[in-house]
Design a protein around this ligand. Structure first.
Ligand code: GSH
Length: 220
């Protein structure tokens, strides 16, 4: 039986979503975040980096969402959530599998971190911290995130799915987290393809079941 080590309100929600889409039997071990939002130390006993998601399946312990969703689809998916191997659509799916964590998440994560700095700074230097945060946001993060939002909006224009396929693929599973994060932290600025993407995935029964298993999913 597959065991998912699931940190509340996290990237791990995507693994739950895929497990539900594929109708696989699985167990979930849930972990709560510490006040700092870090994962609890028990996760280090599962994997040296102590992050979530991690799955165990027989002799395999596997971390990194992209690797996990690829493993599940390859091992149990019977071709679902993947276009024809080596086709242009398959490579577009590969692009977004890597893009989600490699390119999309870093500026979104930095936005979260920089927004926390003024709140955590000692009262005396809080105005300086706020000014620093505003500068980084305006000159470094916002332009990059705007570029990303435009790119995603364009990628979804044809079929509403990231790999340009008629049906969702692993690309959509992986991109769901950056879109959820961007939607709640920054907003989509009227980019309707992004709004429609979230509406479309939220309407899927498997997405709803995954939320029931994973618990509340809301971003700071
Ligand atoms: N690229 C990794 C990122 C893993 C990651 O950073 N997970 C977060 C959950 S959103 C985590 O465990 N954070 C808690 C911590 O770093 O202590 C993946 O996609 O699996």
């Amino acid at each position: 039986m597959i065991l998912l080590h699931h940190l509340e309100n996290s990237r791990s929600q995507r693994v739950l979503w895929l497990l539900e889409e594929l109708g696989l039997p699985y167990e979930v071990k849930r972990y709560e975040r510490r006040p700092s939002l870090a994962a609890p130390p028990e996760l280090k006993r599962v994997h040296p980096l102590g992050k979530s998601p991690v799955i165990e399946d027989g002799a395999l312990t596997l971390a990194e969402t992209g690797a996990i969703v690829a493993y599940l689809a390859e091992t149990y998916g019977k071709g679902r959530f993947q276009p024809e191997p080596n086709s242009p659509d398959w490579w577009r799916m590969q692009h977004f599998l890597h893009h989600a964590e490699g390119t999309a998440m870093p500026p979104l994560f930095m936005t979260l971190v920089f927004r926390r700095i003024p709140k955590e700074a000692p009262l005396l230097i809080r105005p300086v911290a706020k000014a620093l945060m505003r500068g980084v946001d305006a000159h470094l993060l916002k332009p990059r995130i705007t570029e990303l939002l435009d790119y995603w909006d364009g990628a979804l224009a044809e079929t509403g799915w990231f790999a340009g396929t008629a049906e969702p693929t692993l690309a959509d599973i992986m991109m769901s987290f950056p879109l959820e994060a961007a939607g709640s932290r920054i907003g989509f600025g009227g980019r309707l393809n992004l709004v429609a993407f979230l509406e479309r995935i939220h309407a899927r029964p498997a997405y709803g079941r995954a939320l029931e298993r994973g618990g509340p999913y809301a971003y700071a």
